[in-house]
Design a protein around this ligand. Sequence first.
Ligand SMILES: NC(=O)c1ccc[n+]([C@@H]2O[C@H](COP(=O)([O-])OP(=O)(O)OC[C@H]3O[C@@H](n4cnc5c(N)ncnc54)[C@H](OP(=O)(O)O)[C@@H]3O)[C@@H](O)[C@H]2O)c1
Length: 149
Amino acid sequence: MERAVAAGKIRSLGLSNWYIEELESFLPQVETVPALVQNEIHPYYQERDVVPYIQGLGIVTEGWYPLGGRGYNAELLADPELASIAHAHDVSVPQVILRWNRQRNIVVIPGSSNPEHIAEDLDIHGFSLTHEEMARIAALDRAEKHDWY
Ligand SMILES: NC(=O)c1ccc[n+]([C@@H]2O[C@H](COP(=O)([O-])OP(=O)(O)OC[C@H]3O[C@@H](n4cnc5c(N)ncnc54)[C@H](OP(=O)(O)O)[C@@H]3O)[C@@H](O)[C@H]2O)c1
């Protein structure tokens, strides 16, 4: 892949589903620091050790399954703590989750086939979560991975 960058065939390199141990072993073997690492991240699986490690290397963190994942998100989107935070800002639970990622400097790629959901998921810049609300969401972490790739 580094040769493909040097040849101008691709612009930058990223990784998906890489964690601290794997990165510690991999990075010394390459010359190009990956631009981005994409891992599963949502309030029930927060990667609170991995995210700062990746960001500390100057690598962008991106979260897949930000809303818990297609077919796996009923409980997350009905979470009472998230619903209470959403109610306080007059926004939806998906918007709270996406904003929480934004405030952790995590790029998100929510999936939707519903135009209203897509518009809603993009509209997360008109409110901010407080430190207390960020802490309440942090407390929801239960290391519950929804898929393996
Ligand atoms: N690198 C990897 O290993 C990996 C693994 C898995 C997934 N991914 C990527 O992650 C991305 C997201 O995956 P995903 O779409 O399965 O998970 P997701 O974004 O967590 O969840 C999508 C689900 O949330 C619903 N949704 C979206 N916005 C909503 C809203 N505002 N209100 C209510 N429901 C809403 C969608 O339903 P509607 O369609 O009805 O809106 C869909 O059922 C994709 O690009 C996928 O390729 C990467």
